[in-house]
Each structure stands twice: as structure tokens, then as C-alpha cells.
Ligand binder design. Structure first.
Ligand SMILES: C[S@@+](CC[C@H](N)C(=O)[O-])C[C@H]1O[C@@H](n2cnc3c(N)ncnc32)[C@H](O)[C@@H]1O
Length: 239
């Protein structure tokens, strides 16, 4: 993304500091649009619709994680906080944090909070300022909105303990052709990538990578039956 703007700046003969400014402005506009869109969704019931829409496959995936040792968990782009509330009920959960760049999502999530182990922070992953390290980081349908997936992944890698895992769920990926048109409907920045490209992003950030497609064979939606949710599972090596 940065290279694209830099190229544009070069083409229109902007000086370096002007190019930086251009990059900055464009970046701000995109980030603002994402935030504003989800601020609206937090208020018009679409946060709960997302919960319904994502719940089945996410729970199917999370069921396979043993959670048998004490752990800490971060949900990036937590929306109304439904995954945070679910994880807080795990016996071995010590602390679970949900972050979202939409302030209104965080307000909704805090209202629904029911367990002292839960904490919600209004921030984007790129600028999150948190000193602790997590055993698990999770993200559902959020990472492709980040201004730069590479930057977000680097940050997540840093925030994991050695041996820690990042579970990244996405319904929006090139191989799943039915969902590729979502970006026209949303009219915000959404980075569309294939399973292969996602794997590379993770590898480049230092992760060991695995993927899983979780399908819903009973769904009315063909793409949910045939492709389903792609989970990219990144494990931070123990050095
Ligand atoms: C499609 S919603 C998914 C919400 C939730 N994960 C779910 O499954 O219901 C995406 C969420 O990610 C948040 N988001 C997008 N980019 C983000 C970023 N860079 N950092 C933190 N949150 C982000 C949005 O504000 C939005 O609430």
C-alpha cells in the first residue's frame, strides 16, 4: 500500500515530505472510514448480526483448542465482545482483552461485559500500547481492514509469548469467490488475499503456519458449505 502511494507521489512529482504527507492523509482517510463504518454498525444492530453470522464457525474452531493450561487471550477487532465473553468463561482463562478501533463497539462490549477477567480497550492494533504478552491472539474478520496486514502481524507477533498462537479467521479471501465482491458493498479498504498469500504474510512475520477451512455444511449459503471460514494459525517459535 505504502509503495503504491509512494509511486503515485513520484509520478505527480511530489517532494519527499509532500509524499509522506500524502501517504499520511490517505492513510488517515482510510482508517477513518473503517472506524466510522463500524461505529454505525455498533449502533444499528449489525454488531449482533455479525455475532450470529460468525458464531457457528468460530465456536467450531475454538472447540478444538484445548485451553488446558492457564492462559491470556487478546481479541483484535472484537466488535461487541462476544468472543471475549465466551473465552472469559474458560476455567483456565486468567485475562482476556478485546480491542477495537471503533469506540462505539467498545462501548457496546463494555455494557455487555459480565466477568472481571474481561477488559475492553479502544485502540487499533497498529498503535496498541500494551506491555504484557499473550498466550493467544485471535481475530475474526478484522485483520484485512488493517492499513497494513504486515504491520499488524509484526505487532501481533511481538505481543505473543514464545510458543504462543495467533488464530486469524477470515471469510473474505480470493479462493472464496462469493465473498470477493464484499469490498464493493462495504466501500472501505479491505485487503483481499488468497490462502497462499495469507500463509506468506504469516511466514514473513516469523510464524510457523497452518491453515484450516471450517465449513458449515447445513448453511443456506453455498460459500459457507463449500469454502467456509479460513483460519490461518500462526505459532511463534520457541527459540
Ligand atoms: C467485521 S467486524 C468483526 C467483529 C468481530 N470480530 C465479530 O466477529 O463479530 C471487524 C471489526 O474490526 C475492527 N477493526 C478493523 N480494523 C481494525 C484495526 N486495525 N484494529 C482494531 N480493530 C479493527 C472494526 O472496527 C470492527 O469492529
Amino acid at each position: 500500500m505504502r509503495i503504491k502511494y509512494k509511486k503515485y507521489a513520484e509520478n505527480v512529482h511530489l517532494k519527499d515530505h509532500q509524499a509522506e504527507d500524502y501517504i499520511g492523509n490517505k492513510k488517515c482517510k482510510n482508517m477513518d472510514k473503517v472506524r466510522k463504518t463500524f461505529d454505525k454498525w455498533a449502533q444499528n444492530g449489525r454488531a449482533e448480526l455479525m455475532e450470529i453470522e460468525h458464531r457457528k464457525n468460530v465456536l467450531k474452531f475454538l472447540q478444538k483448542i484445548p485451553f488446558d493450561k492457564p492462559f491470556t487471550f487478546l481479541d483484535v477487532g472484537c466488535g461487541n465482545g462476544w468472543v471475549v465473553r465466551k473465552i472469559a468463561n474458560e476455567e483456565k482463562c486468567k485475562k482476556v482483552i478485546g480491542i477495537d478501533k471503533s469506540k462505539k463497539m467498545i462501548i457496546q462490549a463494555r455494557k455487555k461485559s459480565e466477568n472481571k477477567k474481561e477488559e475492553f480497550i479502544h485502540t487499533d492494533i497498529e498503535s496498541m500500547n500494551y506491555k504484557g504478552k499473550f498466550n493467544f491472539v485471535f481475530s475474526m474478520e478484522s485483520l484485512y481492514y488493517a492499513d497494513s496486514i504486515e504491520v499488524a502481524l509484526k505487532k501481533i507477533y511481538k505481543m505473543l509469548k514464545p510458543g504462543g498462537q495467533f488464530f486469524c479467521g477470515t471469510d473474505f479471501y480470493t479462493d472464496n469467490k462469493a465473498t470477493a465482491k464484499w469490498s464493493n458493498i462495504m466501500k472501505v479498504q479491505m485487503h483481499l488475499h488468497s490462502k497462499k498469500e495469507w500463509r506468506l504474510f504469516f511466514q514473513n512475520a516469523g510464524f510457523m503456519v497452518n491453515t484450516k477451512n471450517i465449513k458449515d455444511l447445513k448453511s443456506r449459503k453455498k460459500w459457507k458449505r463449500e469454502f467456509g471460514t479460513l483460519f490461518i494459525i500462526g505459532t511463534k517459535p520457541v527459540k
